[in-house]
Every structure is written in structure tokens, then in C-alpha cells.
Design a protein around this ligand. Structure first.
Ligand SMILES: Nc1ncnc2c1ncn2[C@@H]1O[C@H](COP(=O)(O)OP(=O)(O)OP(=O)(O)O)[C@@H](O)[C@H]1O
Ligand SMILES: [Mg+2]
Length: 256
């Protein structure tokens, strides 16, 4: 264990002046501009912003699927810069649980086998792996659906399988990109309830959303606009700022 990992007051992750640029022919796209923030163990943070504001770019960096063009990203005190693809995927396997909007489950494989997969990559033995996957599915309320394939499950149940898969390897951080984006509002609320339970149990969660109502439920929200942080504070305050702006825009449209 490094000195930073042993220090409970040290941030779990830290971005320091992080920029991510994409080059498209002769054009340079500034997807993130000098983003800096820290997240401590046990926090539950929403990242909110309009389409194209840089949310997925940020989440991909946090999840070690990508590296910054500029600036430093430290995960448990370790600078991710300069790590090669193998080292990055190793770090990802150990530290990160990713939940995608479109679930990304293997279609011809049961819920149990889908959840087990990250443990296969870790080289865990079969019986231990089964047991851990079973426990993760029970935790998300799917104890009775373990042998169903994705097409034999509802959308909300599929998202629960994806959450169980992210959870089963006991990652340091859960990252979720619009996890309720493909669900009806009732099912979406159930999934948010599940995140709240996981947070209460001590998990660190970072969730991307474009809905102020979701950000309002999170203890902390970070709002991105055009690749920059424009507000970092309690979820309810950040959400109120967005609503306030929407009202101002509507009022202007009426008076015009
Ligand atoms: N691989 C890429 N190559 C070039 N430009 C990219 C690439 N990925 C993202 N971008 C650009 O970077 C900006 C931020 O994209 P990003 O996907 O992070 O937005 P987002 O906030 O997640 O949006 P959405 O809510 O629509 O998912 C956008 O302008 C996008 O076009
Ligand atoms: Mg996105």
C-alpha cells in the first residue's frame, strides 16, 4: 500500500488542471478545460451538464478508459499519467466499477455469468467467483433471476445486473453514465434508490446525468458547461441553479 492509500483523509481521486482535447482534422475540440476537483471515499457525486458539455469525457478519464491531454489525475495518490494500456486496464480492473446507459451485457449469457465476468479477468477461481456474483445479484434484488438471460429480463432488471457486475469485484469507485437514461421514471427511481443504499453502505459513487431532479438528490453535484466546471456544491443548490437559468431563459423568450 502506498502512503497516500493508507491516509484516510487523502482524497480518493484528484483532478488537477485536467484538459482533454480531440483533434478532428484541422479542428481542435476542447472537451474538458482545466478541470480540478477532489473526491473523498464514500462521496456520492452527480456530474451534470447539457449534451456535449464533457460529462462522458470526464467519466472516461476517471474510469481510466482515457488519459488527460494536460493536467494530472491521481487515483489513490497514484498519478495515472504515463501508464501504458496494460497498466491502465489493470488499474481499472482493480479500482473501477463502470455502469453504462445501455447496460452492455452479453446477450447469450445468464445474469450470473455476466456478473461473474470481471472476476474471470481477475483470475478468481470458479466457485469463489460464483459465490461473489450470487451475493452481488442478491444485493440488487435479483436473487430469483440469476439464470435469466438479458432478453428474459426487464430494462430495470438488466440495469440491476449491470450494477451487480460493477459491484461484484468490490471496486473502490462506482462510475455510472446516465444509468437511468433508458428506463421509465418509476424504474429509474428504483435504480436511484439502489444507488442511495450503496452510498449509505459506504460505496463511492460518481453518476453522470442531465436531469436536475437526479442531481438534486445527490449530496454533491458538479456542473459542467462547455468542458468547464461552473458549479460544484450540494446537489440541491446546483440543480436549483440550472432550474433558475431555465426559468430566466423562458421568461426572456416570453418577453421577446
Ligand atoms: N472521440 C472523440 N473525438 C472527437 N470529439 C469528441 C470525441 N468524444 C467526444 N468529443 C466531443 O467532445 C465534447 C464532449 O463530449 P462528451 O461525450 O463528453 O459530452 P457529454 O456531456 O457526455 O454529452 P451527452 O450528454 O450527449 O452524452 C463534444 O463536443 C463531443 O463532440
Ligand atoms: Mg455522454
Amino acid at each position: 500500500m502506498t502512503h497516500a492509500a493508507a491516509d484516510a483523509s487523502a482524497p480518493l481521486l484528484e483532478l488537477d488542471g485536467v484538459s482533454r482535447r480531440y483533434k478532428m482534422g484541422s479542428e481542435i475540440i476542447h472537451a474538458l478545460r482545466e478541470v480540478s476537483f477532489k473526491v473523498h471515499r464514500g462521496e456520492y457525486v452527480a456530474i451534470i451538464g447539457t449534451s456535449g458539455s464533457g460529462k462522458s469525457t470526464l467519466l472516461n478519464l476517471l474510469g481510466c478508459l482515457d488519459t488527460p491531454t494536460e493536467g494530472a489525475y491521481r487515483l489513490r495518490g497514484r498519478d495515472v499519467r504515463g501508464l501504458d494500456d496494460d497498466a491502465l486496464s489493470d488499474l481499472r480492473n482493480r479500482e473501477i466499477g463502470f455502469i453504462f446507459q445501455t447496460f452492455q451485457l452479453l446477450p447469450r449469457t445468464t445474469a450470473l455469468e455476466n456478473v461473474e465476468l470481471p472476476l474471470v479477468y481477475r483470475g478468481m477461481g470458479r466457485s469463489k467467483r460464483r459465490e461473489q456474483a450470487r451475493r452481488a445479484l442478491e444485493r440488487v434484488g435479483l436473487g430469483k433471476r440469476m439464470n435469466h438471460r438479458p432478453n428474459e429480463l426487464s430494462g430495470g432488471q438488466r440495469q440491476r445486473v449491470a450494477i451487480a457486475r460493477a459491484l461484484c469485484a468490490e471496486p473502490t469507485i462506482l462510475l455510472a453514465d446516465e444509468p437511468t437514461g433508458n428506463l421509465d421514471s418509476t424504474t429509474g427511481r428504483d435504480i436511484l434508490g439502489l444507488f442511495e443504499q450503496l452510498h449509505a453502505a459506504g460505496n463511492t459513487i460518481i453518476l453522470v446525468t442531465h436531469e436536475p431532479t437526479i442531481a438534486a438528490r445527490c449530496p454533491r453535484a458538479i456542473r459542467l458547461s462547455d468542458g468547464q466546471i461552473v458549479h460544484d456544491g450540494p446537489g440541491a443548490q446546483v440543480a436549483a441553479g440550472i432550474r433558475g437559468m431555465a426559468e430566466a431563459v423562458a421568461a426572456e423568450a416570453v418577453s421577446a
